[in-house]
Design a protein around this ligand. Sequence first.
Ligand code: HEC
Length: 118
Amino acid sequence: MLKIIVFLFPAFLYGAPDLYKVGKNLYFAKGCSGCHGISASGTNQYPALAYRRKPFLISKLKDYRAKKGPTQQSQLMIPFAMGLNDKEIEALTTFLSEFNENKSTYKSDLSNRGDGGS
Ligand code: HEC
């Protein structure tokens, strides 16, 4: 709960770019938002990522990076994980697990599919 309150403070209170912000930028720069949605809440075909446990997200991304995935759908995910280094995974999973964005600047995923990465 305390964490949520802290993240409600305006962004300008943060000095140097923190891991959360780096992860947020990567989430869009690396195209993750194109499938998982700009608010990381997933769709019918793509799992939600926001608020998931960080160790889970890290281990999934490292598995995909090593070309390991449990389903045929994993094949979609593997090329995107292969482009990530450990620091980027750390930043991305920080952003996703702590996900705290102003709902008013994040619209429904369905109306924004495919447009998040640009
Ligand atoms: C082309 C669409 C696509 C893109 C782009 C994509 N993903 Fe995925 N992602 C998927 C699919 C499909 C799955 C489910 C794969 C499976 O069943 O193993 C998945 C699964 C995941 C999972 C595991 C979630 C779970 O519940 O098992 C994580 C974590 C993840 N993606 C993170 C990312 C990140 C971070 C990026 C950007 C670097 C990204 N994805 C980009 C399609 C995509």
